[in-house]
Design a protein around this ligand. Structure first.
Ligand code: UD1
Length: 371
């Protein structure tokens, strides 16, 4: 019987926790545990969009992801340069490997570039985390989502709103499958290790008595005025409650350029970007998460940790309607933090199919859609 060949693509930090459960499921399938056919061969391609030890390698180590079979090593650049580098090098991968499916996740430049290559070559694409929309085309990720979903053959969605978005865009209903949130598979798999990671002790923090802050969106960190005002806001908040603030490389670069780096003290704990286990531990134990990350909005929702998202919109509306998330902005951040600290805060509920079994459904859908 024909053996199905998958090429699974990951490029940037938020991709790694989405591919780990899929590989685990493929290994289970290979050892006969799923009872499904045909057998599957999977290659891992890392585009190299993220390359620092703490933006990439640490996730492979902590999540037990195999070494990439191929690393395209594209590195950083403008959107056009980075996308173009992935296009030319991934086209060669498809020519050499002739996969039956390419599986892409999320909404980063690597996701869109690899999908575009496949569409031109007639290689089928499955997109995990399809259908999310912020309706804000100033976000590079929104462009990536729209292009990827327009071209992919199998759209694997995390929540009902994503299905609605895709159908509204005229995507054929039979291509769209609700599978749930694959990131929660990783979360549940790794929670015991996150809890025993010693992260709170390392920072000298007590559960429920700190704010976990992450910032990296261009709209928040690339302009001097906004970034300066955000740092002033954090400094004010830290007078009430300690803040732990791991700094993304983009943010570090801008803080250095504008000379806005906050002073390290016992109220504002700065660090390099954290690994997966430490970040989960902080998200579970924080009094509040303040972030502009997509993934952290979801993790906070899962943990029922109050989350303030520093963005005018979110492509993950279930975190607002069902979860513990609220959008905020520069001017209202302080009031919103005080509001949460005054309590009570709607802790919300975990959305349907955020149950740790998404990878199982993903693999079943791919096998079912294969001729
Ligand atoms: C990318 C994704 C974003 C995701 C984020 C998570 C796109 C369009 N954006 O944004 O959706 O939320 O990753 O981190 O794909 N850099 C390093 N080391 C690295 C990687 C980057 O120093 O390992 C620096 C470089 O100066 C680079 C900058 O960070 O220019 C930005 O990296 P890039 O991949 O372009 O975008 P992110 O802001 O990380």
């Amino acid at each position: 019987m024909h053996r199905l060949k998958l090429v699974i693509v990951a490029g940037a930090r938020p991709n790694f926790m989405k591919i780990a459960p899929l590989f685990k499921q493929i290994y289970a399938h290979r050892s006969g545990k799923t009872g499904l056919n045909p057998s599957v061969e999977a290659l891992l391609v890392h585009t190299g969009q993220h390359y620092d030890e703490n933006m990439s390698e640490v996730f492979f180590r902590e999540l037990g992801i195999r070494r990439p079979d191929i690393n395209l090593g594209v590195g950083s650049g403008t959107h056009a340069a980075q996308t173009a580098a992935i296009l030319t090098s991934f086209e060669r991968v498809c020519e050499n490997e002739k996969p039956d499916w390419v599986v892409v996740v999320g909404d980063v430049n690597s996701t869109m570039a690899c999908t575009l290559v496949c569409a031109k070559m007639g290689v089928r694409v499955a997109h995990i985390e399809a259908g999310l929309r912020s309706f804000d085309r100033t976000m590079p990720e929104e462009i990536n989502r729209i292009v990827t979903d327009a071209l992919a053959d199998l759209l694997l969605t995390p929540s009902d709103d994503a299905n609605d978005n895709l159908l509204r865009e005229g995507i054929a209903r039979e291509k769209v499958k609700l599978v749930g949130n694959i990131m929660i598979d990783s979360l549940l798999d790794n929670l015991p290790r996150a809890r025993s990671s010693g992260t709170l002790a390392r920072f000298g923090l007590l559960p429920g008595e700190f704010i976990y802050v992450t910032l990296h969106r261009p709209a928040n960190v690339d302009g001097r005025a906004t970034l300066g005002a955000l740092m002033a806001g954090l400094s004010k908040i830290s007078e009430r409650i300690p803040i732990v603030f791991p700094i993304h490389p983009r943010t570090r670069k801008m803080l250095a350029e504008y000379r806005l780096m906050p002073p390290q003290n016992d109220r504002i704990l700065l660090s390099e970007p954290l690994g997966y286990l430490s970040s989960l531990c902080l998200a579970e134990n924080a009094r509040i998460v303040v972030t502009d990350s997509g993934g952290l909005q979801e993790e906070a929702t899962f943990f029922r940790t109050p989350c303030l998202t520093l963005r005018p919109n979110t492509e993950r509306p279930v975190t607002l309607t069902l979860g513990s998330n609220r959008l905020t902005k520069l001017d209202s951040l302080l009031d919103d933090v005080n509001d949460v600290l005054a309590g009570p805060w709607r802790r919300g509920q975990v959305p349907p199919l955020w149950d740790g079994r998404t990878a199982e459904r993903v693999l079943r859908e791919i096998l079912t859609a294969s001729p």
